[in-house]
Write a protein that binds this ligand. Structure first.
Ligand SMILES: Cc1ncc(COP(=O)(O)O)c(C=O)c1O
Length: 373
């Protein structure tokens, strides 16, 4: 076999850790329609996407922007977070959750994960509250609901704001409804590894009209129209683009199909992993309405296992490092539960465009790992 053939062989047979699709016929048609109508920058297509996202999430308001990270920043700005404030953030999350308050000059106060779930341990929140605490940012990791009843009760008792980071939890529900809609503001990502994607993109939802109005102004340098506005408040250019919103509309139409696929993939892995003693699925409450975005597992012998899988063309993604390891966030201390998740956690191949045959291939390689002598 020539070196080129060998390369093709690898490419064809590798199973990526995540596979999505954002260029189906509907996406392409919507994109061309937007371009033909010269809807390129933020305009009517973005407005339509916002209306449809709000309806799908059962909230009055949605504001689209360039990423989930910017959605978090805008939400905190709209709620008046700034210097001298403390914001409680989980130690186990993507660092975007912490960088939003950090960019605004607030102090980020980290809270450990639960022993059995990577989500924040709500029972530890109260001892972290000080007179400077202004907000709590629960993160619904991989579609798993943080106990919002408990967070809201604490927030009411201490007069705190709550901003949900639901970047990994689009269309996940708890008993009260959609995650991301149960606080002052909820933030979502439309990045590549999310349920729906526009390549880059994100949005904020809120039930508060005052927050909605501030979000719209913050997104456009503090004015409705930069040519006629009088710049009475701060803001920036956080505008979305109609070309990406067009893709977003086509993606949104695929929401139910994607949720069903994610649940099928999760159920198949759950069944297979029950027979594999070296790896444990971190559960998602599918029966309760949660959507398992990724297939997250714990594996104490992670390095050996990942190497075995990679040598057989199965790609995985390791859990990201804990936030207390980032010196600029200035949080020392012990975070034993999130540390365990960061050392043992990984994601197995999944995603809207990953086929069930590819899932079977991964399971076959995992079984061979178990049976190796
Ligand atoms: C929990 C969480 N918050 C925020 C973000 C940031 O979203 P984006 O990548 O769209 O900026 C992500 C992205 O992975 C995330 O997982």
């Amino acid at each position: 076999m020539s070196p080129l053939n060998a390369l093709e062989e690898t490419v064809v047979h590798d199973v990526p850790w995540w596979k999505t699709s954002i260029c189906g016929p509907q996406e392409i048609q919507r994109f061309l329609d937007a371009a033909a109508g010269e809807h390129i920058s933020q305009g009517p297509v973005t407005a339509e996407l916002e209306t449809r996202l709000a309806a799908a999430l059962e909230v009055p308001y949605a504001v689209a922007t360039t990423s989930g990270s910017v959605a978090l920043l805008m939400a905190l700005m709209a709620l008046g977070i700034g210097r001298d404030d403390e914001v409680i953030v989980p130690n186990r999350t993507f660092i975007a959750t912490a960088h939003a308050p950090w960019l605004l000059g607030a102090k980020v106060v980290l809270v450990d994960a639960q022993p059995e779930s990577p989500n924040m341990d709500v029972a530890q929140l109260e001892r972290l509250i000080t007179p400077r605490t202004k907000a709590i940012m629960p993160v619904h990791l991989n579609g798993r609901a943080v106990d919002m009843e408990a967070v809201r009760a604490l927030a009411t008792a201490h007069r705190l704001l709550v901003i949900e980071d639901a970047a990994q939890a689009l269309f996940s529900r708890n008993a009260r409804g959609m995650l991301g809609t149960q606080s002052d503001a909820g933030c979502f990502s439309l990045g590549v590894t999310k349920l729906l994607s526009t390549g880059q993109g994100g949005f904020v939802v809120t039930r508060r009209q005052d927050v909605y109005e501030r979000l719209r102004l913050i997104r456009n340098h503090g004015v409705d129209d930069v040519l006629t506005g009088s710049f009475q408040q701060g803001g920036f250019n956080f505008k979305f683009t109609d070309l990406l919103a067009a893709i977003g509309l086509a993606q949104l139409a695929r929401g139910s199909e994607r949720i069903a696929h994610a649940r099928r993939v999760y159920a198949r892995y759950a069944e297979a992993l029950a027979e594999l003693p070296f790896m444990r699925l971190i559960p998602v409450d599918v029966a309760g309405g949660e959507v398992p975005l990724w297939i997250e597992v714990l594996c104490p012998e992670r390095a050996t296992c990942v190497e075995f899988l990679a040598a057989r063309g199965v790609r995985t993604r390791l859990f990201l490092p804990d936030l207390h390891r980032s010196p600029h966030l200035m949080n020392r201390g012990e975070f034993p539960h999130s540390t365990r998740f960061s050392q043992q956690g990984l994601c197995l191949p999944c995603g809207p465009a990953l086929s069930l045959e590819q899932v079977e291939r991964v399971i076959d390689v995992l079984q061979r790992y178990r049976d190796r002598s």
